[in-house]
Design a protein around this ligand. Structure first.
Ligand code: SAH
Length: 220
């Protein structure tokens, strides 16, 4: 293992992580599989060394480029909502960011495709996946608003930046019966939504209030 896995090791003590798991339970996360994967995934390697001491707090943290690593609660909640009805083979994530959500998903499904519009963040995430020896992740640098049609259809799609409405292109890349978890709305008033693809269209459930960075067009 490279040295960065060990950095901030004092903060990664089993007790610190256990406190986070306890908090996620209190906040209503019920999936034991999700809680186990959160417990076993070192979040401190997904943030800058200067923030490693805060990595097991249940809070979003800056990752540069004006972006954030999502709060552990929301990562756990979205993962639980995605997988509630059973296992999935292929999942598309829009917004790789730090790669933390990607890593969590990669331990619960057969293959994760993840799209990021900022090349620098994608490169940092790729290094972390190598360090953790996660080999079932495929990264793409592009504007994810159009999804990844060449690999569709997917069993699930998880979007970690907020569009104003449900992107039709993404719904079209779900298998019938597949689901997409995404935040929608303006910066100050977003809701988490679960979309289930049907034969003729899709069903939509509004779940809870959330705050994500916006889904933006173009690439950097
Ligand atoms: N799951 C990530 C969340 C990062 S924040 C984590 O926990 O670290 C959301 C990410 O979505 C940012 O990295 C941002 O650059 C990216 N993003 C925003 N709009 C995008 C788009 N149209 N296509 C791909 N990625 C996008």
């Amino acid at each position: 293992m490279s040295s960065s896995v060990h950095r901030g090791i004092g903060m990664t003590s089993q007790r610190t992580r256990e406190r986070l798991i306890q908090r996620l339970r209190e906040e209503g996360i019920r999936s034991q599989a999700v809680l186990d994967v959160v417990r076993n995934t070192p979040r401190h390697i997904f943030v800058d060394e200067a923030l490693a001491s805060r990595a097991y707090e249940d809070t979003a943290l800056p990752i540069g480029q004006g972006q954030t690593i999502s709060q552990p609660y929301i990562v756990a909640r979205m993962t639980e909502l995605l997988l509630e009805n059973g296992a999935m083979e292929t999942v598309l994530e829009i917004g790789t960011g730090s790669g933390y959500q990607t890593a969590i998903l990669s331990r619960l499904v057969r293959r994760v495709y993840s799209v990021e519009r900022i090349k620098l963040l994608q490169q940092l995430a790729r290094g972390r996946f190598q360090e953790l020896q996660l080999r079932n992740i495929r990264l793409h640098h592009r504007d994810g608003g159009m999804g990844l049609p060449e690999y569709a259809p997917f069993d699930g799609i998880l979007v970690t930046a907020a569009p104003e409405g449900i992107p039709r292109a993404l719904v079209d890349q779900l298998k019938v019966g597949g689901r997409m978890i995404l935040p929608i709305g303006q910066r100050s008033e977003q809701v988490l939504v679960r979309v289930t693809r049907t034969q003729g269209g899709y069903d939509k459930e509004i779940l809870e209030q959330v705050a994500f960075v916006p889904l933006l067009g173009g690439t950097l």
